[in-house]
Structures are given as C-alpha cells and as structure tokens.
Design a protein around this ligand. Sequence first.
Ligand code: NAD
Length: 429
Amino acid sequence: MRHIKAPVKDRQAIRGDLYGVRDQVARIIEEVAQEGDQAVLRGSRRYDLSQGDTLKVPEDVLEESFYALEEDLKTAINTARDHIARFAELQMGCIAELEETPICPGVLLGHRVVPVDSCGCYIPGGSYPLISTVLMLAVPAKVAGVKRICACTPVKRGDRLPDRSVLGALWGAGVTEVYAAGGAHAVAAMAIGTQTIRPVDLIVGPGNKYVTEAKRQCFGRVGIDFVAGPSEVLVIAERGMGNEEFIAWDLLAQAEHDLDARSVLVTTDEELADRVTSRVERILQDLPTRDVASRSWEDNGEVLLAESMEEAVEMANRMAPEHLELLAKDPDLWIPKLRNYGSLFIGDHSAEVFGDYASGTNHTLPTAGAARYTGGLWVGNFLKVLTNQRITPMGAERLSQAAATLAEAEGLWAHRGAALARVPQGGRS
Ligand code: NAD
C-alpha cells in the first residue's frame, strides 16, 4: 500500500495530544467535585465566554425555542426523529426477555431487560449546534424506556444560553431537563452531581477531546456509551467503482467537523485517487467551512493506493474507522470480511451524511479504534440484561457438590457451608 496523499500530522502526535489533556481534565473533574455549580459556571465563562449565571435552562425557554424553529427545520427534525425511532423500535424488538428455563432439572434461569433509571445526553456545541445529536441520543433513550433523560450542551459563544435550535430540538424530543454546560465540566457534573444537576446513571454522546477524556475518567462512577471523539471516515473504492464527486464531498464532510477529524480514501484505482484529490482541492476553494476543512484535510487526510481489495479490507480492519464506505463491484463478497467499523455505508448512494442525519441508524459512533470492541450507540446501551435464578430443593441437591468442591478448592469455607446447608445433612458435615 502506498500513499498518494500522506497526512502531514503524525497520528501518534494526535493521539498524544488527546492523552495530553488527561491532567487538565482530571483537575476539572476535581474542581466540579469540590465546588459544584460554581466550577461549571466558571468553565462556561472561560471556554464559551458565557454571560449566564445559572445552569438550568427554563422550560419556557425550551418551549419558545421549539416554536421559533423554522418550519422546514421542524419538518426535517420530525423526519429524522421518526426514522431514528422506527429503527430503535425494530432493534428493541430483537432484545428479548428470557423466561425462566431449566438448565438442568430444578435449576431455572432467565433474564429481564430493564432500562437504566436515568441518563445524561451530551450535545456538543463548541463548533456547531449539533441538532441531530439531540435526536440520536434522546430518541433511543425514550424507546428504551429511560425515565429521567437530561441533557447538557454548552452556552453559545458569548451568549447566556445554548444555541436555540438545539434547545428547540430538545423540547421537540421530549427532553425538558436541560443544562447550559459544556466540555469536561458538564460530564463531571452529570457523573458526580452538583447543587443543580442530580447525577445520572449513564452518560451518552459525542464530544471533543475534553468531553471524551472526561467520560473515560468518570467511567465506573457512571456508565458511559463508549469513546466517541473526533470523527473519522474511511472510503474503500474498488477499481472501476466510486464517483470522485461523491467521494470528495464525503471526505470533506468529515474534515469540516474539526481540526482532528480524519478522512481517508483507500482505492485500488490510481486514476480515481488522482481525480478525488483534485476534486477535493476544487471544492475546498468555495467551501464556507474551508478554514477547518482544508487544515484538517491537509493535516490528517490520506489517499492510499492498495494492491488489492484484500489489502484494503485488512487496512480497514486495522483502522477500525467510525464510518466506513464500501464502493465495490460485489459488496456482499467483502462485508463478511469487514469486522471493525462503527457504521457501514454500502454503495454510491449510501452517503455517510444520510446516516449522520436522517436514515435512522445512529451517528454516535466509536472513534480512535474503539470499533474494535464496540458498535455505535443503540437502544441496547440504555438497557441492562439482569439475570435471575429459581432453584428447587432437587436443583440444590444437583448443584451442591460441585459448588462445595469449588469453594473448598478456593479456600472459601462459608461458600462451601452455604452450598451444603441446602441439602439434607449437608450444612452439618
Ligand atoms: P464540544 O461541545 O464537544 O466541546 C466544547 C466544550 O469544550 C466547551 O464548552 C468547553 O467546555 C470545552 N473546551 C474547549 N476548549 C477547552 C480547553 N482549552 N480546555 C478545557 N475545555 C475546553 O464541541 P466541539 O468542540 O465542537 O466538538 C464536537 C466534537 O464531537 C467534534 O470533535 C466532532 O468530531 C465530534 N463528534 C463525534 C461524533 C461521534 O459519534 N464520534 C458525532 C458527532 C460529533
């Protein structure tokens, strides 16, 4: 595999930079633990130039923001919400309860599926008002049956409140407990609790490196979905497939997210690689977001020429990208070989942007290699599978010897006693 366009910035340096915020984030979490609201408000003033002095966004402001949304935006929100809900309901239908079932005579096992009591949704807002993220987090939480759903989103730069369209979308999605708080401060507040914000059981949602690192550090005290940091796309295009116009737009749609975003094309077609590279440069000339997109493309963008589709697929498995686009003559030949990705987009018309906004799959996806061990956010993240057992006297008799022998081997004598006590004469031996 060889580079047609190599990234300027070294990936290790970017990873190092992500880890570089570790100490700063630990300090922020400690400040929030010690000072609560005051630390969160100070963070908003410092990083978002907030003019506000309260965290809770009043419900009437949420409602007004919803009614102030442009009609076409409201329609788009409704379309996206319906698709996300429909897909979440279908997935919910795949998660069955297991009725108590005999594993052996007298030993009945089962499981229940129970939603978490509360969850906190982090809606990014540093660079763009991510209205779509509101739907991606709140809708599956609702479908899962989570009772308390709250949200944190940063104050709009220099304002008293977060972006009104995000607030309106939150109201539209049925989220009425909303806080004007961003970054690691918001994550810490939802994990630990402050005077105003009650702690939650689970924090979900994407964010920049401060948000991502804070979720990582708070995990254990609170549940998290996974690491969903700066965005990535990998496009695999087989020779004779792929349209340079489509690919160029998709690479830039990723690059415009932020300076750490990563867009990669791997192809077996050198001519396509050249056409895409020049198309990207041309689109960049007039792109309103070119300041970010061109730097991110320059620093992190890659175009690679693979010897074969096998090599391209192996590269994808190693990278474990958040988004993977597959442009191949026979995609079904390659799909079973692709093991690590957040979400897969098959064919020319399955643009990543549709998944970002409206097709119905979730756009909160694992980044930085986390797709090696997890898929994206889904209704299952809000649910717990709780096992139970019902053992009859006959079942206890069947299990007691194995349990007592293992307990004895481990030197756990009360365990042995508890097993033998269940069988006639057992506890007294
Ligand atoms: P954000 O809300 O994540 O971050 C803004 C907050 O960062 C601010 O409120 C502030 O508290 C904090 N902050 C900023 N500078 C700081 C500093 N120097 N020190 C400490 N804290 C600081 O918004 P954003 O910055 O626009 O980032 C959104 C991110 O979400 C992007 O990286 C995007 O790629 C990513 N994203 C990922 C997915 C996914 O599924 N993986 C989906 C959507 C977006």
